[in-house]
Design a protein around this ligand. Structure first.
Ligand SMILES: [Cu+2]
Length: 657
């Protein structure tokens, strides 16, 4: 499930606690309160903690990131003026099994706070993943399990860490566990194609020993490898003729530090070690005035429950974001493949587990693309139509066998679209069958002889801090369409969601249910409140029982929509600390307070589910599956905001560059 990117191995291998930066790492200073930490700031943070006597060479930094300033400070910030700069670090002392949180003032190089956080385990780190491999290989029970299956050269076996059961059973409280699963690699690259079903070691990462070992029995091994490179997949089809994207007068957007301006949109972006790509202060310039729409938009949790209750699979319920963090798993995007030829590529900086800065080149792509037809009307004598352009901000991560992508797509009509991409290699289970019995209900489907891909769901929770025309005084309205009995009448009913409990909502196709955030004080030309509507796309109802322990722990998946009043401490749908946490946390706990969400600074939490029933066509690598939602203006503008888009340039009217 989780593999260490090479860059992390390199970083961990050569960087001692500090000072592994090449001289060329001198870089620009932050210019805005929300700019991610620079390399210098990461180094300063660790130096301050060392000087304060709080950390040693044995300390680890599962998280080290910008301590985002209070929202009102950010909103009042004027370019060129001084601003607060703080770092937030989670520090882990493995030998003592203790976790601390630190806040460092980067201007004054001072430790502002140091707090012991009892009864938690911080997110897993590359070092944890490496321990799993070494500890499993040294265990005689694992060696015997391999010999029993006829493997003599154990270097041809690959070992992958899989997060342990969540929530942890009571007898595992306080442990830091990862499970290991085995694959036959041989001389192939893609070992995920040949799972060795049966042996699973539970590794206690703090005591560095095998806590439990099971072997559920020998099953046949898929013999064929399934590498993905062009030399391994058989005869290649003829390549399509070249299709070039050229922008002879340059790119159509402007990047100033972390700020992007395109058409009438303005926003900032950053890469957070846990949340990955984050967008900030999204606004739209409307008749000379910059109007706020979203203060912050990010993924807040990603939960993937598998539907196989057998002993070797029942623990596979993964909180990919809270247990591991997706920021440091960012891929370096490959030009022409991961991003089109006209993309601008930007690096991201994060702190590795040793507290040393690491740069991921080409972590974020920003590019314009053709958006199809924008609008059209032909009145039998005269045609008016416009071509749409879109701006895409793109980010991809590799989490072991699976890849996830996130695209934020800005449209000229005021729409902001979120798109998740699912690709990579499905988790395969070794089974005895080479052919499927289609009459028998199953918890997975054969994707190749002796490999079954297990049914599962992916739940992405997005935290959307909408600020429609300023931060205070927004409300959330649910819209349900209804027919009047006995009449062909279609009525839209709007209901303001008053409090947190009544704002826990599920989709309803029968009423075309959607939600909008409005500012009752900002009125459009027809007297309605300015608003933005959340339009769902594909979604799912969870199959995990809400009363099961994991169902309670991942309680956020039970509602598609949650609304809370803004609280900067409430950032992650299942809570901040996930690993081995016993009790439910996050949205289900916070919303017990049942705070008012009417005329407040509201935060929307949208759960997007994908039910994945595997197909042979998704093997040995999945064609990208896309899902998402849109935020569309609903009364925010007084007419079609894309009316003023000029006609496309044709060869007849195109000016010479
Ligand atoms: Cu899937």
């Amino acid at each position: 499930m989780l593999r260490i990117p090479d860059r992390c191995r390199r970083a961990a291998g050569v960087c001692l606690l500090l000072l592994c930066l090449p001289a060329s790492a001198a870089e620009r200073k932050p210019r805005h309160p929300l700019d991610p930490l620079t390399k210098d700031e990461i180094t300063t943070t660790v130096r301050v903690l060392l000087a304060a006597g709080r950390v040693t060479d044995e300390s680890r930094f599962p998280i080290l990131a910008l301590n985002e300033p209070p929202k009102d400070e950010v909103l009042k910030f004027k370019a060129g003026k001084p601003f607060r700069r703080e770092a937030f670090a989670v520090v882990f002392e493995r030998a003592a099994n203790k976790t601390f949180e630190a806040v460092v003032d980067l201007h004054n190089k001072q430790l502002l706070s140091w707090k012991y956080i009892p009864d938690v385990q911080p997110p897993l780190m590359p070092e944890d993943m490496q321990l799993v491999d070494a500890i499993t290989r040294a265990d005689p029970r694992w060696q015997e399990a391999m010999r029993k299956r006829g493997f003599t050269d154990l270097q041809q076996i690959a070992i992958d860490p899989w997060p342990a059961e969540e929530p942890a059973p009571v007898d595992q409280a306080g442990m830091r566990l990862l499970n290991s699963v085995s694959f036959y690699k041989g001389h192939a690259k893609n070992y995920y194609a040949r799972p060795i079903e049966g042996p699973i070691a539970s590794i206690n990462l703090n005591t560095k020993g095998v806590y439990k070992f099971i072997d559920t029995g020998v099953v046949p091994l898929q013999k064929a490898s399934a590498d993905l490179d062009v030399n391994s997949v058989g005869k290649l089809r003829e390549a399509p003729k070249p299709l070039h994207i050229t922008q002879p007068r340059g790119i159509g957007f402007e990047v100033r530090g972390q700020e992007v301006r395109w058409q009438n949109w303005r926003f900032r972006y950053g890469v957070h070690p846990r949340e990955g790509l984050v967008l900030y202060t999204i606004g739209y310039e409307d008749q000379g005035k910059l109007r706020s729409i979203l203060y912050r938009a990010s993924l807040s949790e990603l939960f993937v429950p598998y539907g196989d209750p057998s002993v070797g699979w029942s623990f596979r319920n993964v909180f990919d974001m809270g247990k591991v963090g997706i920021g440091w798993l960012a891929d370096s995007l490959e030009p022409l493949a991961d991003a089109p030829e006209n993309a601008s590529l930007f690096s991201a900086v994060y702190a590795n587990e040793l507290g040393a800065p690491v740069e991921i080149p080409r972590a974020v792509a920003i590019y314009e693309r053709d958006g199809g037809l924008l609008w059209k009307h032909f009145d039998y004598t005269h045609n008016e139509s416009r071509r749409a352009r879109q701006l895409v901000v793109s980010f991809l991560v590799t989490a072991g066998n699976y890849e996830y992508g996130l695209n934020w797509i800005f449209h000229q009509d005021g729409t902001l679209e979120a798109e998740v991409l699912l690709t990579g290699i499905m988790a395969g289970k070794g089974v005895a069958e080479a052919k499927e019995d289609h009459d028998k209900p199953s918890t997975g489907h054969l994707v190749t002889p002796y490999v079954q891909a297990v049914h599962h769901q992916h739940f992405f929770n997005f935290r959307l801090d909408l600020d429609i025309d300023d931060a205070g005084g927004n409300s959330v309205v649910e819209m349900n369409a209804e027919a009047t009995p006995g009449r062909n009448e279609l009525v839209m009913k709007e209901t303001t969601l008053p409090n947190e409990k009544e704002a826990q909502r599920r989709l309803n196709l029968a009423t075309n249910r959607s939600w909008k955030v409005i500012n009752p004080c900002a009125r459009n030309a027809v007297g309605g409140p300015a608003g933005y509507m959340l339009v769902p796309g594909e979604n799912a109802i969870p199959f995990v029982s809400p009363t099961s322990s994991v169902g309670k722990r991942a309680g956020f998946i039970q509602s598609h929509l949650w609304v809370t009043p803004y609280d900067p401490a409430q950032m992650n749908a299942a809570g901040y600390y996930i690993v081995q946490k016993q009790e439910a946390d996050g949205l289900p706990r916070w919303t017990q307070a049942n705070r008012s969400v009417e005329n407040e600074d509201v935060v929307l939490w949208y759960t997007l589910g994908v039910t994945h029933i595997p197909r042979p066509e998704e093997w040995p690598v999945m064609p990208v599956h896309r899902a998402g939602f849109r935020l569309i203006p609903c009364g925010f503008f007084s007419r079609n905001p894309a009316l003023n888009v000029p006609k496309p340039e044709t060869s007849a009217n195109r000016a010479r560059p």
